[in-house]
Design a binder for this molecule. Structure first.
Ligand SMILES: [Zn+2]
Length: 462
């Protein structure tokens, strides 16, 4: 498969048998919004597809569990930073479960990696990439000559980013690796001991440490939202490159924004959409389907109309699965017919080639719809084998997208159930509807719903 790399602006093939992925996780200070869910679902789908293709994936998604925003909330609520972080990590994990997000191989937290962070900073100091001023440690950007390559900014552009010059910094572009503890850090119990005194790590160093610790340097894929390219990932690359003296990441993969009715989601606009509110209304699978309905490098717009469209399309696939599964159970019960075969190779090729092409999920989804449509059209002309081949492939591909994982196959009827069904047929023909209903009730006790079609009676689970 090939993926678009932000740094080189080119498609890069993923050829390694073992693929290591690091995705920047949340800062747990509030409920997660739909933008967080988009990023999580995209990288989870990437992981699932790589595993489908026979790769072994090591997936790391961290928690930034020490941060200004967490501390602010802790102060407001009279809690510790840890209490706030614990709460919203648990809430995030609930949302992720509803979205069928596979548990990452590792979910490291900043607070559990402080010794490693300190040692990383010490090495940067030793190598001359960092300096200390009164308990604060800064990364000295001019000491790393490849700075700006990821976000593709010139030094002049970069120099304009920091509006207020900080007299403690040697250069306006320098950023904090370690911040000495302030009063609020003490109140929220968000400080740690270090060779530079009590304090806490800067945001960017955390990801350099956790990615190198759990994946080793270099690794294959670093993911996150587009908003993280600068300064977070630019700084992360600088730190890791400076320490290991090698390009740390093969592919920097960034997903685009999620907008709400055409506007950027923001606190100031008051249009933040919580993941769980949408899940409560539409169900986790529909939300996941919606999040995959646009290419990850395009803006995805959320509105009632858009998610309703996703719900309809999702239900169409669900009904197609049901129709095919019912037909299979029917043919397994009453015997096969001389039917057409199914182009399973073509189906697989179309799905795979869409996914291989920079994780083109909308194209992959369109393929599923196209084949579902064709098979449903020919439902009564295809052979049992053809339908079975289609259904198995279809479920496999849907599982790669993270939906319909719990599909319960409809079983064929047993001898006495067949007899009952025939008895009901006779009752219906002689207009003995009472008896027919009684038999329907017997099937309901086994959680079967009967559907009378012009091709005969079919059954599915309630
Ligand atoms: Zn990060």
């Amino acid at each position: 498969m090939r993926l678009f790399d932000t740094r080189t602006s080119s498609l890069i093939p993923v050829v390694e048998k073992r693929v290591k992925i690091y995705v920047c996780g949340i800062t747990p200070y509030d409920f997660s919004h739909l933008g967080h869910a988009r990023s999580a679902v995209i990288f989870d789908t990437l992981r699932r597809y790589l595993e489908f293709g026979g790769h072994e994936v090591v997936f790391v998604q961290n928690y930034t569990d020490v941060d200004d925003k967490i501390i602010n909330r802790a102060l407001k609520e009279g809690k510790t930073a840890k209490e706030v972080a614990e709460r919203f990590i648990a809430e995030f994990e609930k949302d992720m479960k509803a979205l069928n997000f596979k548990r990452p191989t590792y979910t490291p937290r900043v607070t559990e990696n402080i010794p490693e962070i300190i040692s990383f900073i010490e090495k940067l100091l030793e190598k001359g990439y960092a300096y200390e001023v009164n308990g604060d440690v800064y990364f000295h950007v001019p000491s790393f000559e490849k700075y700006g390559e990821l976000s593709k900014q010139s030094l002049e552009e970069l120099n304009q980013h920091r509006i207020e010059p900080d007299p403690r910094k040697k250069d306006v572009k320098d950023f904090a690796l370690w911040k000495s503890a302030k009063e609020e850090d003490f109140t929220a119990k968000a400080f740690f001991d270090s060779p530079w005194g009590l304090g806490r790590p800067g945001w960017h160093i955390e990801c350099s440490v956790m990615s190198s610790k759990f994946l080793g340097i270099p690794f294959e894929i670093h993911g996150g939202g587009r908003d993280l390219i600068f300064p977070h990932h630019e700084n992360e690359r600088a730190q890791t490159y400076a320490l290991f003296n090698v390009e740390p990441v093969k592919i920097w993969m960034h997903n685009d924004f999620l907008t709400i009715s055409g506007e950027k989601m923001s606190k100031s606009l008051g249009n933040i959409v919580r993941v769980r509110d949408v899940i409560a209304k539409y169900g986790g699978e529909v939300v996941r389907y919606f999040l995959l309905s646009a290419h990850y490098r395009s803006v995805l717009n959320y509105s009632e109309t858009e998610i309703e469209k996703a719900r309809k399309a999702y239900n169409y696939l669900r009904n197609s699965l049901l129709n095919v599964d019912m037909e299979i159970a029917y043919l397994k019960t009453f015997g096969d017919r001389k039917g057409y075969t199914f182009n399973v190779k073509g189906f697989e090729n179309d799905f795979v080639s869409a996914m291989e092409d920079d994780l083109n999920t909308p194209k992959a989804i369109a393929t599923l719809h196209r084949y579902a449509n064709a098979v449903n059209r020919d439902l009564h002309e295809l052979s049992l084998e053809a339908l079975e081949l289609f259904l198995q492939k279809m479920l496999r591909f849907l599982n790669v997208l993270g939906i319909f994982e719990g599909w319960r196959r409809i079983r064929p009827l047993e001898k006495e159930e067949v007899d009952l069904l025939l008895e009901r047929e006779i009752a219906r023909k002689s207009e003995d509807f009472e008896k027919a209903d009684k038999i329907r009730e017997k099937f309901r006790e086994k959680h079967f719903v009967l559907l009378d079609t012009k091709w005969g009676t079919r059954w599915r689970y309630e």
